[in-house]
Ligand binder design. Structure first.
Ligand code: 0L1
Ligand code: MG
Length: 259
């Protein structure tokens, strides 16, 4: 087994057993290129179990997160069908390690994006409010840049609100994150690269750089508009994006975990 496959297998095992693992970077230096190779191998394991490609996500799209991580570019991760939940669904806390929710904007591509193409907004078929559940497979949610890229940018689940046509400016929409009706975070879509539509060009650039295809129907999670909040069993989480609507889910704990 190669080091890349070994690292992917460890992260996959951590996700499937909900047991956090040590940072890979503590064991050896990993280049960003190798980290994306681990991510690819990790996603291949999911696809090999029957999941399908669903989309891509960007991370570190807010200035605050980029500064916190000391990075000056976004990172890209993959969304697979097993991560996708409908508006109003239940998410079982026992299916994750230490999940957190963050409000996002999702785009759906109406056509294939060719390799090397920088798409315009006409490539977007629809837009929706969304909640991304991130769940680092590393102990204490701590990682280096290469670690988090290898761990598929902490991608764990996505809850999509109603889709609508992209027919208005999205540059500065108010975003609320509520837990049981109480405010848990407030921000603006401007926190997503200054305008979430910039995620389109950033995702195309990153996807081409890392060999990720962008066929019609691909869903793109543009980035978070507020800090993420830890999920607690028995709560309801709701994200509202002004003018777009809301996405919601409730949290159960069928495994009785208290993490
Ligand atoms: O979606 C994100 O912005 C998360 C990127 C990975 C970093 C994290 O897990 O906080
Ligand atoms: Mg996110």
């Amino acid at each position: 087994m190669t080091v890349i496959d070994d690292f992917a297998a460890r992260l996959d095992e951590a996700a499937r057993t909900r047991t956090p693992c040590a940072q890979l970077s503590a064991e050896r230096d990993i280049s960003l290129e190798d980290a994306y190779a681990v991510q690819r191998a990790l996603v291949e394991l999911r696809l090999g179990r029957g999941e399908r490609d669903f989309g891509v996500k960007l991370g570190f799209t807010s200035r605050a997160k980029a500064v916190q991580m000391g990075v000056d570019d976004v990172i890209v991760g993959r969304l697979t069908s097993g991560m996708v939940f409908a508006d109003g669904d239940e998410l079982d806390l026992a299916a994750f390690v230490h999940p957190r929710a963050e409000p996002e904007v999702a785009f759906r591509l109406g056509r294939d994006i060719a390799e090397g193409e920088i798409p315009g907004t006409e490539a977007v078929e629809a837009v929706a409010p969304a909640i991304e559940v991130i769940d680092s497979r590393y102990r204490d949610f701590r990682f280096s840049l290469a670690d988090v890229v290898a761990d598929n940018t902490s991608a764990a689940a996505v809850v999509l609100g109603p889709w609508r046509r992209l027919d208005a400016d999205l540059g500065n929409r108010g975003v609320l994150l509520e837990v049981d009706g109480r405010l848990a975070g407030a921000g603006s879509t401007a926190a997503i690269l200054g305008d979430p539509l910039r995620a389109l060009t950033a995702a195309a650039r990153m996807a081409h750089q890392h060999g990720i295809p962008l066929p019609a129907g691909t869903v793109l999670l543009a980035g978070a508009a507020t800090a993420a909040v830890a999920l607690q069993a028995g709560t309801q989480v709701c994200a509202t994006v002004s003018g777009l609507g809301r996405a919601r889910f409730s949290v159960t704990d069928q495994g009785g975990s208290d993490d």
